[in-house]
Write a protein that binds this ligand. Structure first.
Ligand code: SF4
Length: 67
């Protein structure tokens, strides 16, 4: 499983970082502080948390991408 954050939509609410800090971290970008995916591929052990983050992100900024 691979995911990405669309920075333009991220409002830095912190939910995804809180639910899975092994995958998501805050970075300072040209769009301000945003969440960033720091792994290439999500470990199987983290999939459940990442799916929860996708489903709970208030702006639908996280999406699964083709492997
Ligand atoms: S849950 Fe969505 S809006 Fe909140 S920090 Fe993560 S990507 Fe950004």
């Amino acid at each position: 499983m691979k995911v990405k954050v669309n920075e333009e939509n991220c409002i830095a609410c912190g939910y995804c970082v809180g639910v899975c800090d092994k995958v998501f971290e805050f970075i300072d970008s040209e769009n301000g502080t945003v969440s960033h995916v720091k792994v290439d591929t999500v470990d199987d052990a983290d999939k459940e948390a990442v799916v929860e983050a996708i489903e709970s992100c208030p702006t639908s900024a996280i999406e699964e991408v083709e492997e």
